[in-house]
Write a protein that binds this ligand. Structure first.
Ligand SMILES: NC(=O)c1ccc[n+]([C@@H]2O[C@H](COP(=O)([O-])OP(=O)(O)OC[C@H]3O[C@@H](n4cnc5c(N)ncnc54)[C@H](OP(=O)(O)O)[C@@H]3O)[C@@H](O)[C@H]2O)c1
Length: 313
């Protein structure tokens, strides 16, 4: 594993983290505690120290599963969670940015995660008006002072939201979370350069394009209705899978698993501190961790650098 400083913070995060939206139950699978325990134990063995979760992956459900799994080893992890929503079954969310509501969400997250501090507390993809909610950032500054939150982050919803990124210094925000993957480069022209300029850490989310860059799916693949990928956006999904098929044939070197290649592709961008692939099994966490070495060893991954990859390297 490799580690990178997250923006101006003192946090040294593994370049591959664990994304945990899946544990909230919206990805066609209900997770048992022993399954999450096994994934996170293996992640830890592999040197992964960063977990990204949120208040609304289930109603604090993902956080609860994580909290129980890492109880006793909490100080060895960097926990990133988020605020701004309340989850309702089956798959609905209320949006809540009022400072008192966010404070209650924070208390809920601390309880669920069985901890008394959050390492990175992220604004969860709200719009510019929600970012400007009166009293929100003063309340959060107070939490940083008290130590319940170590650092603040913005998970930007629109991947080209330069205005929110540029506001970061005045909000004492030190990390940006943004969609970045081989199929979605919207953050490349403006957001990623601004993050470098402002020395903001970057968590690249959805790095596998929701799994479509894993190499496992084709346009014929069928997703269950209990899987977020099986509910709507069919046109977009088919287009993504068509593109992924071409990329698999033209860019992914023979012998390299596509998921690892896709993560390494993200890590090649100098602004990207880490990727946070959503992870459903021990096998996936092992494959995802391997991407960190792929990046180091293979300097000429097609699509980013020049030249052809020699699979024997
Ligand atoms: N607004 C926000 O702040 C926001 C929004 C979205 C996501 N996030 C965060 O970012 C994380 C990552 O995004 P995501 O989970 O939506 O998408 P993603 O990481 O692009 O894709 C995750 C899916 O890829 C597949 N996968 C993972 N590792 C694999 C491997 N090694 N080999 C093959 N397939 C693999 C799994 O699906 P299958 O096994 O079912 O194929 C998994 O469910 C989330 O978990 C969450 O923590 C934040």
């Amino acid at each position: 594993m490799r580690y990178c400083r997250l923006g101006k913070t003192e946090l040294e995060v593994s370049v591959v983290g664990v994304g945990t939206w899946q544990y909230g139950g919206e990805w066609g699978k209900t997770f048992r505690q022993d399954e999450v325990n096994a994934i996170l134990a293996r992640a830890y063995d592999l040197g992964i120290n960063l977990i990204d979760t949120a208040e609304c992956y289930g109603d604090h459900l993902s956080e609860e599963l994580i909290g129980r799994a890492i109880e006793g080893t909490r100080d060895q992890w960097i926990l990133a969670t988020k605020f701004g929503h309340k989850f309702h079954r089956p798959f609905e969310r209320d949006t809540l940015y009022d400072p008192q509501q966010v404070l209650e969400q924070l208390q809920g997250s601390l309880r669920a995660l069985r901890t008394d501090y959050i390492d990175l507390y992220q604004f969860h993809s709200g719009n510019d008006e929600q970012l400007a909610t009166p009293g929100l950032w003063a309340m959060l500054a107070e939490q940083v002072k008290k130590g319940t939150v170590r650092h603040l982050g913005l998970s930007i919803g629109n991947n080209d939201n330069l205005a929110q990124v540029e506001k970061s210094p005045e909000l004492n925000v030190q990390a940006i979370q943004v969609v970045y993957n081989r199929l979605n480069k919207k953050s490349e022209p403006r957001v990623l350069p601004a993050c470098m300029e402002l020395d903001l850490g970057v968590l690249a989310r959805v790095p596998l394009a929701s799994g479509y860059l894993s190499g496992r799916y084709t346009t014929e693949s069928v997703f269950a209705e209990t899987d977020i990928r099986g509910r709507g956006q069919e046109e977009w999904r088919l287009d993504a899978l068509r593109q992924a098929q071409v990329i698999k044939q033209t860019e992914v070197p023979a012998g390299v698993p596509m998921a690892e290649w896709a993560l390494a592709w993200c890590l090649k961008h100098p602004a990207v501190t880490c990727v946070i692939p959503g992870c459903k099994s021990v096998e996936q966490v092992e494959s995802n961790a391997a991407a960190a070495d792929l990046d180091v060893l293979r300097d000429d991954i097609p699509g980013v650098g020049a030249g052809k990859l020699d699979p024997s390297v």
